[in-house]
Write a new protein. Structure first.
Ligand code: TPP
Ligand code: MG
Length: 253
């Protein structure tokens, strides 16, 4: 290494994780997806799992996750990521297999796959981006949309009598014997991002030691769908989402 490179390296305070591909992400400014991608890329590299990690990408805003994190990926049909992950982790039991899913993907169209994979205790990690809305398709109500929350399909706010209750899928997953670790985090602050990273790391360790299904929910913002600026979206999340989806561990075996 040349002296100028050594000096550059020593003065480095921050850099893009090596596993994040050098392409522009299509996410809106302020979206939580990019932050979570970065944390996954860091965890995989730090754990030396680059050649042993398989991601299952969803249908939703994160459909192009395979373009951003340089590990192996398989694209699943909408909601079917846990079923695809099941097959891959059984075929390659030494690999760490994770799904990356939104609330529409994981808790609406894929509810059956989600619950049964977790109930079987498949040795997989589920990373669940709960932004309380269908971000990709234009901001329709999701199962996790809050009561009173305005979306494209609940323009006057979600009503229990008309639209039912928000589905606490993570709480349900924590009750299943197949899950070994269920946690709810957020990446709205540096401390939150650090905690989320630690949670992803723990989940990956569980997969390596074959403890069962780990679930990391990340309560997230969708400033485009919520029609709020990135800053206001974070505030709205803290004031409203955290009341209904409190952060912390739901299950640690
Ligand atoms: C079988 C099928 N049904 C419906 C759709 C339309 N669709 C695409 S993404 C999406 C919802 C995505 O929402 P979510 O999983 O919460 O992800 P986000 O975009 O919010 O990150 C829907 C309903 C589809 N692509 N395929
Ligand atoms: Mg969503």
């Amino acid at each position: 290494m040349e002296l100028k490179d050594i000096i550059k390296e020593e003065n480095k305070v921050y850099s893009k994780p090596e596993l994040l591909d050098d392409v522009h992400m299509h996410y809106c400014p302020g979206c939580s997806h990019g932050v979570v991608h970065k944390l996954i890329a860091e965890v995989v590299a730090e754990m030396g799992l680059t050649e042993k990690t398989v991601g299952i990408s969803p249908v939703g805003c994160a459909v192009f996750a395979y373009n951003y994190i340089d590990v192996d990926w398989v694209e699943a049909a909408h909601g079917r990521a846990p079923a695809v992950a099941t097959a891959i982790s059984r075929l390659w039991p030494e690999d760490v297999v994770f799904t990356y899913q939104g609330d529409g993907d994981m808790a609406a169209i894929g509810t059956a796959e989600t619950i049964h994979a977790a109930n079987r205790g498949e040795n997989i990690v589920m990373i669940f981006i709960n932004n309380a809305i269908y971000g990709m398709t234009g901001g329709q109500m999701a199962p996790t949309t809050l009561i009173g929350q305005k979306t494209a399909t609940t323009p006057y706010g979600r009503r229990v009598d008309l639209n039912g209750h928000p589905l606490e899928i993570t709480d349900i997953l924590a009750t299943l014997p197949g899950t070994c670790y269920v946690t709810r985090q957020a990446v709205h602050t540096p401390a939150g991002a650090r905690k989320t990273k630690a949670a992803i790391k723990k989940a990956f360790e569980n997969a390596l030691t074959k403890k069962g299904t780990s679930v990391v929910e990340v309560v997230s913002t969708c400033n485009s769908g919520w029609k709020l600026s990135p800053v206001k979206a974070n505030e709205w999340m803290e004031e409203n989402m955290f009341k209904h989806y409190p952060l912390g561990d739901l299950k640690v075996d």
